[in-house]
Design a binder for this molecule. Structure first.
Ligand code: PLP
Length: 369
């Protein structure tokens, strides 16, 4: 099985460059540049004595905190070892045989279907439309593929990443909910990956009751800045949660992760600071990238920006030239549905972003080497 690599592999880069991980500037994974909440770091230290016990398999305290945060029942949450574990559980747990993905998007959904030997269809957003997810076409496709007699099983699930990675586009919550209700009427699952939704609360469908058969994925990796701890969760009606939980290995989520996630969720001050910072800095970086000669920049609701390098400029050469300087960006030229000049950069601290902008300017000036 060939798999697209993900961003954030700082260890491979450090080995290759003979450098410490700490010296690299990683723009290839989109993690909160202000880092995790200080309260989360303190919680990790205090939880160290718990390492002599198995972790709480019910993730009880974290689920209570999530229930309070979202004003929902704790039975509507399942915690996983990063949202990736949950993405891989869903096809098996829900017996999904044919997933319709709204692309271009994160590759792990299709990878999970491949592992479970299911089928995938994709409705691609158009570049000319700023990669706006074509939800009208999704509705038509659900009907058409549900009814047409082919040797493929009918679509039994739809996946939307909102806001989407790597395009950064966010659909309005009302529109997403409407699609969820349609899916419920058609008797199919509706999976919404809200891994980047902390940056645009208004796009989340979690503030209201979820339609039947709708499942929302969330993560503590991106906004909460804890990629190394591996904590994600799904939200759905409690009987669906029980169905998914039955397929999860026991003790997936360690106690340091459970305690840190709970503390991060409750740290309202760090949340506000992070949001203020990202919104300001994203606008600044976006403007600066737009001024780079020949580059096309797509607006983003998350803490990363999708852009296209100038015509004639090789993505691989550009990414490699930056990498030699210890600056990692995400090569998106192989992402199905994206232009071959596409790269994605995270929004980091002001000083880091300035380093990237200068380096990128110089590499573009040299034609990508
Ligand atoms: C859209 C999206 N969803 C889910 C994930 C997985 O995140 P994690 O397993 O760290 O929670 C990623 C990671 O890059 C992502 O980009």
């Amino acid at each position: 099985m060939t798999r697209l690599s993900h961003g954030g592999d700082v260890y491979a880069a450090a080995r290759e460059l003979g450098q410490s991980v700490h010296r690299l500037l990683d723009f290839s994974a989109s993690i909160n540049p202000l880092g995790p909440s200080p309260a989360a770091l303190r919680a990790i230290v205090s939880a160290r004595d718990l390492l002599r016990h198995y972790p709480d398999p019910a993730c009880w305290d974290l689920r209570q905190a999530l229930a309070m945060h979202w004003q929902r029942s704790a039975d509507e949450f399942l915690i996983g070892n990063g949202s990736t574990e949950l993405i891989h559980l869903l096809p098996m747990a829900l017996q999904i045989q044919h997933l319709l993905i709204v692309g271009p998007t994160f590759s792990e959904y299709a990878a999970a279907m491949q592992v479970s030997q299911g089928q995938v269809s994709v409705v691609m957003a158009d570049r000319a439309d700023g990669y706006r997810p074509p939800l009208e076409r999704v509705c038509v496709t659900i009907h058409a593929l549900g009814q047409r007699k082919t040797d493929r099983p009918p679509i039994d699930a739809v996946l939307l990443c909102n806001p989407n990675s790597p395009t950064g586009h966010a659909c309005e919550a009302a529109v997403v909910r409407r699609l969820g209700r349609l899916a419920a009427r058609e008797g199919i699952w509706f999976l919404v990956d809200e891994t980047f939704a902390e940056y645009c609360d208004e796009a989340s469908i979690l503030s209201q009751a979820l339609p039947a058969r709708t499942i929302v994925l969330r993560s503590f990796t991106k906004f909460y800045g804890l990629p190394g701890l591996r904590v994600g969760y799904v939200v759905a009606k409690s009987h669906i949660i029980r169905q998914i939980a039955a397929h999860q290995p026991p003790w997936s989520v360690n106690m340091l992760a459970q305690r840190a996630a709970e503390a991060a969720l409750c740290d309202v001050r760090h949340t506000r600071r992070s949001l203020r910072f990202i919104h300001r800095e994203r606008t600044r970086v976006m403007k600066a990238l737009t001024r780079l000669p020949g580059c096309t920049v797509f607006s983003s609701a998350a803490n990363f920006i999708l852009m296209e390098l100038p015509v004639g400029q090789k993505v691989a050469g550009t990414v490699a030239a930056l990498r030699r300087q210890g600056i990692l960006i995400r090569d998106c030229s192989q992402v199905p549905g994206l232009n071959a000049r596409s790269v994605r950069v995270a929004v980091r601290t002001r000083a880091d972003n300035d380093r990237l902008l200068h380096a990128l300017m110089a590499v573009i000036h040299n034609g990508g080497s």
